[in-house]
Design a protein. Sequence first.
Length: 382
Amino acid sequence: MKLTKRVIDSAEIRDKAYELWDGEVKGFAVRIYPSGTKSYMIQYRVNGKTDKNFFGKHGVLTPDEARKIAREKLVYIANGGNPAEDKRAHAKAPTLGGFCNYFMEHYAKQSLKPSTFKEYQRSIDNFIKPALGNRKLQDIVKADVTKLHHSHSERPYQANRTRGVLSKLFNYAEELGLRPDNSNPVTKVKPYKETKRERYLSAEEQKQLGETLRKCARDGSENPYMIAAFKLLLLTGCRLGEIQTLKWDYIRGNAIMLPDSKTGAKKVYLGQPALDVLANIEPKPNNPYVICGKFEGGYITDFQKPWRRIRKLAEIEDVHIHDLRHSFASGAVSMGESMPMLGKLLGHKDIKTTQRYAHLADAPMHEAADRVSQVISDALDG
């Protein structure tokens, strides 16, 4: 008979499970369990073996919906597919959490700079694994990524960094054949718009910072290597990691020749004040680093805690370490340096990166306009 809601609802409950077979689609049935549960299934033969595939419960699916699914599955089998084998393969498929470990070991470790590797690991451990780590890699869809991305909407920068790590993960999974080509679920999840931070030290704030650093040097409240590091960050426009891991061997006369940086090999031009800071740093035996740590042969790894203490004393608590690089850039532009020149000083490869400072070039013009208009205004006012 054709399976209908009335037929299935009125089926008797027996001591043992049994099937009611559909008279319309051969191989389609509903199994009736002693518990009263009724599950739709198909029975088929592949390579001489009979197998069953259960795909939904009566009540969740109507008989007509289940019949349509059964037809699709039977067509799939007729074309060489095997639902039971697919199920076994799915059970063996990696979870996203497991694939994250493989990705970091076999891709990230070889392809990323240490600082970037650390950021990837942080995104994976703190955001990706807790949200999606137990899900099968092949089951994750756009809606899953969108939900994760939106859950960090109050921190757009972090949400976008996590999105970027996920995109790399899924691209790598496609390369390994673990997902179909062009199936990256991150592609259509738009990143949040990020507002670039623009915080520069004013002349007065630079004075406050200088006085604080001198005070810390006099009373010994801060490590002298740490004090020198903050001065170098402000006087060179270098990134934190470039000064943190600076070696004496990299210094060539009045320049630093970095073998590697965020943008590759880089030359940092040193002004006399920066050279003076370097001249007053005492190298330690058996330590190649300029900013020496407490362990032999190492550098200081934690800049954040000392900086929080120093900026509090200097009353500039909203200033981040990276803002020292911004302050170097703003000083250069305010004094009339061109964008290409600033790009060279900062080690930018793309002029578009430097253009974020272009508006600062207006400062001298505004000052000049103010001076000229004031003279004219005074004359007009008698």
